[in-house]
Design a binder for this molecule. Sequence first.
Ligand SMILES: *[C@@H]1O[C@H](CO)[C@@H](O)[C@H](O)[C@H]1NC(C)=O
Ligand SMILES: *[C@@H]1O[C@H](CO)[C@@H](O)[C@H](O)[C@H]1NC(C)=O
Ligand SMILES: *[C@@H]1O[C@H](CO)[C@@H](O)[C@H](O)[C@H]1NC(C)=O
Ligand SMILES: *[C@@H]1O[C@H](CO)[C@@H](O)[C@H](O)[C@H]1NC(C)=O
Length: 424
Amino acid sequence: MHQAAAVFLLAFSAATQALDNGLMRTPPMGWLAWERFRCDIDCDNDPQNCINEVLFRDMADRLAEDGWRELGYVYVNIDDCWSSKTRDAKGRLQPDPKRFPGGIAKLARYVHDRGLKLGIYGDMGTYTCAGYPGTTLDTIETDAQTFAEWGIDMLKLDGCFSNSSVQEQGYPLMSKALNATDRPIGYSCSWPCYQGGLPPKVNYTILGEICNLWRNYGDIEDSWDSVLSIVDWFTDHQDIIQPAAGPGHWNDPDMLIIGDYGLSMDQSRSQMALWAIMAAPLFMSSDLRTINSGARAILQNKAAIAINQDPLGIQGRRLIKEKSGIDVFWRPLSNQASALVFFSRRTDMPYRYHTSLKALNYTKGTYMVYDVFSQKVQPMLKDTTDFVVSINPTGVVMWYVFPAAGWQVVGSNPGSAMRPLLGP
Ligand SMILES: *[C@@H]1O[C@H](CO)[C@@H](O)[C@H](O)[C@H]1NC(C)=O
Ligand SMILES: *[C@@H]1O[C@H](CO)[C@@H](O)[C@H](O)[C@H]1NC(C)=O
Ligand SMILES: *[C@@H]1O[C@H](CO)[C@@H](O)[C@H](O)[C@H]1NC(C)=O
Ligand SMILES: *[C@@H]1O[C@H](CO)[C@@H](O)[C@H](O)[C@H]1NC(C)=O
């Protein structure tokens, strides 16, 4: 076994108790409106892009009909700007009557009828970030109850217009209130993001006990710079945040912007590979009605998804940061397998990176290698064999690696997870 694997497994088994709602044992996958559609409420002039019930029904149709659902992309998530500017006579949140005339319960039924789940957005504070009614300490139970009655399956709770003491009380209280509804509702907490993402202000033990996922860092934007700044923050602080992740409780580096306007194909593969190796939630935020086939193929890459969804749920780490601008990431997977990402920060030309599995701390043995994006089995590698990977500028090479010995063993085949991809 990889030496570092033993350390991770120990850290994993020592992890304290996690939120016990049975949900999100692997990172949640789906679609979230914010990055692509923001707070466009101008349905009169921009009907294709505005936040209304049609947008969410359209995305549910696409997830159900275009092969996404079968791959695990099951959440259809509403973000800010869905609600009316006022609560109803009984003090409950209500959707904007013009843009959601059917109401949220009806939308939830539509989504559920297609084998999908519906997520909604709230804010632990006086207002949401876009200025809609927030959830204050005295409305937590009402709002949890309202969401449950509507048939909501996931809540993203933002943290605008509040302070640290309100957040410290409010986020755990919402966790309790969701539990008290008896409806399993995945809980995404933006709390750490508002407290700088690091101890002592952020206590990851507490987060793991009350939230299924949490946003550690700022919002993603539609640019490579934004992706890179997130990757940098997550790797610079990996010693703190990597041990916090595990089944049912995940670090969230924010949405996938693959299929939007800011990333090249190489950069899109980089985001997919790095999100997979970080065990990140995979929430796409693109227009699935018009997404191009290149972006679709990356988002639907079965091996990248299988790596992301590995049942051990151990977040990967950066192993090496080379002066040449190459970073190597590694993630231990079930069945003695592992994933490697060779990532180039260079901006000149494809870089030929020389290394060996031994140099990456793999133990003595012979390994099978499957290249995730070229979808090809590589020649078998001894740990000592020197090899070269050619990595495009701002791109990646991603490998699924497993011991060759087990490949022949029927029944306990370490490569069985890759069988459907590799063929008989
Ligand atoms: C935090 O906000 C609450 C509610 O608005 C307010 O009552 C409280 O005084 C604030 N606390 C601090 C430390 O600013
Ligand atoms: C509520 O919490 C209890 C105890 O942690 C757990 O067993 C139960 O499944 C939770 N229920 C929901 C609906 O989250
Ligand atoms: C984090 O919270 C846990 C549980 O309440 C507590 O035991 C621990 O001491 C806290 N850690 C820090 C660094 O404050
Ligand atoms: C490999 O393991 C050694 C000894 O534990 C450690 O010093 C080194 O940093 C590791 N190298 C990598 C690339 O993880």
